[in-house]
Design a protein around this ligand. Structure first.
Ligand SMILES: [Zn+2]
Length: 272
């Protein structure tokens, strides 16, 4: 049984009133992820219900994860030597990322490390233009001038009963699913890459843009964005858990050949 482990990110040496900090990259303990998918979950920059959120990942028997809570917005990407993870899950809304960290982030994707971006990570790294091309969307946290146009701030609305429509019923992330309701947060007025994204989930909830979940490629990486997941009402929903689990597996290129869904029906997963 794989188990999540805790880790220490920050080691501080304080001398004479001066503090110099060195960040050790998060590590899975030896043997923790043997045969499983190794995942780092990046958090920071936005409040969330910590334990209920990670209970989602605790339920994935083929996944071993560590949380990388960012104290300096993006230190996970400072040093990627000996990078151990198959998939990066972004659940952060941190803002700053240096050119070196940007380059390291892109190098990981060029190597084929998968990327699953969740919910408010659509609003992370607002001043890094390439980030929108990586995840295929952008939530505008401020009025923005682009290509001679003024783009207004995106908007959010909490506590809505949303209707989620499965656009692609054959993709491994959504296969076996039917349309469902979820009490969650709506986003609207964000940029969506019509050309590069393949839409897998949509909604007709008026307060939300039509797009809810999509996949794309970046470098050698499989990238998935799921807008759902504001709080425990989403975390505890079986559809949300299924989506996150299948997305992690798909991003890692480690899908099982068959899957049993709640009805007991055995599905053969298309090998994408
Ligand atoms: Zn939220």
């Amino acid at each position: 049984m794989l188990r999540p482990i805790s880790f220490v990110v920050l080691v501080c040496f304080c001398l004479g009133g001066m503090c110099s900090c060195r960040q050790a990259a998060p590590r899975l303990a030896p043997g923790e992820a043997a045969g499983g998918i190794k995942v780092v979950v990046v958090t920071g920059g936005h409040e969330f219900e910590h334990d209920p959120f990670f209970a989602v990942f605790d339920g994935f028997e083929d996944v071993a994860y560590v949380e990388a809570a960012q104290k300096d917005h993006s230190e996970i990407f400072e040093d990627i030597d000996d990078w151990p993870f198959d998939v990066i899950v972004l659940y952060n809304m941190t803002q700053n990322i240096s050119p070196q960290r940007q380059e390291n982030f892109r190098r990981l994707l060029d190597r084929g490390v998968g990327l699953l971006a969740l919910h408010h990570s659509l609003a992370a790294y607002p001043d890094w233009d390439e980030y929108r091309n990586i995840i295929g969307g952008k939530y505008y946290t401020k009025t923005t001038q682009k290509d001679g146009q003024t783009i207004p701030m995106s908007e959010f609305q909490h506590d809505l009963d949303m209707t989620i429509h499965v656009e692609d019923t054959q993709h491994p992330i959504t296969i076996g699913m039917s349309d469902f309701f979820l009490h969650d947060e709506a986003y609207s007025g964000y940029w969506y890459d019509q050309k590069g994204n393949h839409l897998i989930l949509s909604t007709n909830t008026a307060e939300n843009d039509q797009t809810i979940g999509w996949i794309r490629k970046y470098g050698k990486a499989r990238v998935c964005y799921l807008q759902l997941g504001h709080d425990s009402q989403a975390y505890q929903n079986g559809n949300f858990r299924w989506l996150v689990r299948q997305a992690v597996r798909w991003c890692a290129k480690q899908l099982p050949e068959t899957e049993t869904i709640d009805t007991g029906q055995l599905l053969k997963l298309p090998g994408l």
